[in-house]
Design a protein around this ligand. Structure first.
Ligand SMILES: [Zn+2]
Length: 288
């Protein structure tokens, strides 16, 4: 019986639903579970067409948001998501950017204001299971941190206690990714050097100067979801966010390798009303 089950994830930007929960969404949709996505921002400070970075003078945030709106619709379709709710906040940019101070951005919005809006959706949908990011927003992006804060605050407004999970990457997997990113970085430096481009500072994957660990000890993982059957849908959903991911390591590895490598999504429990114990392959463990 799955027709009483509802899953809801709170994500910061268009594309986060695909990268951290794409397999889970598709798997649950295939099981007949009702799936809801709350996307907090419009993603104004992603790349503009032609790979134009957000700090470029001619970067037009509204244009980027319009493109990403269409891309998100396509990803939602690929993942079989039942309902998409856009909170419509303005992207806050990366930590320390001047955009953080925009009064309309998500980061500047008081937590209780955004949480009240999210709580309305939660009260309507009554998801048993909710997913968002940990208090570091997984990698330190203000909009991801804010997604964590409003989700925790919204849950407190409910008349029931859902099981909340944070997305996670086990340390053992993080080590492999870091090696991969480092190798890609070296390749890029070498290629650019051949073309006469010298890098003062090289962009890598997530910032490794962050003062918190992005990885989670393997024995602290509470849900390891096997998504091997649905990696195609996850790849399609990521590819739908073409304006942001065309140059990403996912697209560079291509569908075939992606399907070989991206076979699991991991989560840790942040609330545990059912007193669950141990690691499960089912995010609805205890509810079925
Ligand atoms: Zn994001």
């Amino acid at each position: 019986m799955t027709d009483h089950l509802t899953f809801l994830a709170v994500h910061a930007h268009p594309d986060d639903e695909a990268s951290s929960t794409g397999g889970l969404y598709r798997r649950l949709a295939n099981q007949g579970v009702r799936t809801v996505l709350v996307t907090c921002t419009n993603g104004e400070f992603g790349d503009a067409p032609g790979g134009v970075k957000p700090d470029a003078d001619h970067h037009d945030g509204d244009e980027v948001a319009a493109i990403r709106k269409v891309e998100l619709d396509a990803a939602v379709e690929a993942l079989g998501i039942t309902r998409l709710v856009r909170l419509g906040y303005r992207d806050s940019g990366m930590m320390g950017w001047p955009q953080n101070d925009d009064p309309d951005c998500f980061w500047s919005t008081p937590v209780d204001v955004a949480a009240a809006r999210l709580a309305d959706v939660l009260a309507e949908e009554r998801p048993q299971v909710i997913v968002t990011y940990n208090e570091h927003g997984f990698y330190g992006h203000p909009d991801h941190i804010q997604a964590n804060r409003i989700t925790l605050a919204a849950i407190k407004l409910l008349d029931y206690e859902p099981t909340l999970y944070f997305n996670a990457i086990p340390d053992s997997v993080m080590v492999v990714w870091r090696e991969r990113w480092a190798a890609e970085e070296r390749e890029k430096i070498e290629e650019d050097a051949k073309r006469g481009i010298v890098h003062e500072e090289v962009e890598s994957g997530p910032p490794d100067e962050a003062e918190f660990e992005m990885g989670t000890p393997d024995d602290k993982i509470d849900a390891a979801i096997d998504i091997a059957d649905v990696t195609d849908a996850k790849f399609d959903a990521l590819a739908a966010h073409h304006s942001q991911v065309a140059d990403s390591f996912w697209m560079k590895m291509g569908r075939e390798q992606f399907n070989q490598v991206m076979r699991t999504e991991w989560f840790v429990r942040a609330t545990n009303p059912l007193a669950l114990d141990g690691c499960s392959d089912d995010i609805f463990v205890g509810y079925r």
